[in-house]
Design a binder for this molecule. Structure first.
Ligand code: NAD
Length: 300
């Protein structure tokens, strides 16, 4: 993916890109894709700027890497941006010509992962009657909410975008709470689908959930938050495995593999997570640590 967002400093941008790139490497390895991992960020300037000029320059830069980095959508980029980049390079995985929005596939993978977490932690084969708190009703969060609503889940939601909240109230009968309280809602699953770093020194003591499972990348502010979740008995469905459906879809488009294979790989997210949960329980170590170890074993 390529992010096009503002950063307080260049160091923050570099840190974000490196952390996300590591996540992509682990994600591709975890779900057995024949790819490594990379991520790019374009630092969005404050005030007026020529967006197209940035994207053209970026396209040339991606092309200079000769295929070692394949770009795609991420926060702050649209399919139309990818079309511009593709004027300079073939190394682009999402284009408007084939409806390259990965979000529906990401949401489907998250649903599979949530089903797996619920069966493992709560011993339930169905989601019906559970209460899930979703932070962020964007591309992924909204679709996830619609899938969960169809399965009889009670939803509490928050977003900074009021119209999305109103839609969720009307369509899913969701309860709306302020953005600074969504993580405190007593629920079965807290699903971060907006920002990274939402499990941090403050929120970790305020969670009232049994499972954390959402779309956002880098949900743990620091590695030790994985350990703290484990100690509290909260099952953490590792972000980069749970949200890998979008990468699986983008890879299938880029590598031209059959759609049926991509769908199977998305369904397999449930099994891959289950292996992490079982190993975490057996070894009494956090799921985040076990997932990293499995990815490192595969990479080795
Ligand atoms: P998006 O930008 O469409 O949605 C994010 C939503 O969060 C927006 O509705 C935004 O208004 C809301 N939001 C922003 N700040 C908030 C806050 N403080 N509290 C509550 N809501 C807030 O993004 P997306 O494509 O839905 O992705 C969501 C997350 O999942 C991101 O972290 C992204 O990196 C990750 N992810 C997305 C995909 C994908 O296929 N789109 C794949 C893997 C991971």
């Amino acid at each position: 993916g390529c992010r096009f967002i503002e950063y307080p400093t260049t160091n923050d941008a570099v840190y974000d890109a490196m952390r996300l790139a590591r996540g992509m490497s682990y994600k591709a390895a975890s779900v057995n894709l024949p790819l490594g991992g990379g991520k790019s960020v374009i630092i969005k300037p404050h005030g007026a700027y020529d967006r197209n000029a940035y994207l053209h320059a970026f396209g040339q830069f991606v092309n200079d890497l000769g295929g070692r980095y394949i770009t795609a959508l991420d926060s702050g980029t649209e399919l139309s941006d990818m079309d511009l980049i593709a004027e300079h390079t073939p190394y682009v995985a999402s284009l408007s010509s084939y409806n390259g929005d990965p979000s529906p596939y990401t949401a489907k993978g998250i649903l599979r992962g949530i089903e797996s977490a619920v069966e493992f932690k709560l011993g339930k084969a169905k989601l019906e009657g559970l209460h899930i708190a979703i932070q962020g009703l964007g591309h992924v969060g909204y679709l996830l909410a619609s899938y969960l609503h169809k399965r009889g889940v009670k939803l509490t939601v928050s977003d900074v975008n009021v119209s999305r909240l109103e839609r969720a109230q009307q369509e899913f009968g969701a309860t709306v709470v302020p953005t600074n309280t969504i993580h405190k809602v007593p629920c079965d699953i807290f699903s971060p689908c907006a920002l990274g770093g939402v499990i941090n020194d403050i929120t970790i003591n305020e969670l009232q959930t049994t499972i954390v499972a959402g779309a956002a990348n880098n949900q743990l502010a620091h590695t030790y938050h994985g350990e703290l979740l484990h100690k509290k008995g909260i099952l953490y469905a590792t972000d980069y495995i749970l949200n890998s459906g979008g990468l699986i879809f983008a890879a299938s488009k880029y590598l031209k593999t059959p759609e049926a294979l991509a769908n199977q790989q998305i369904d397999d997210i449930a099994e891959i997570l289950l292996e992490v949960f079982i190993r975490s329980q057996k070894e009494n170590r956090p799921t985040s640590e076990i997932a990293d170890r499995i990815a490192q074993e595969k990479l080795a």
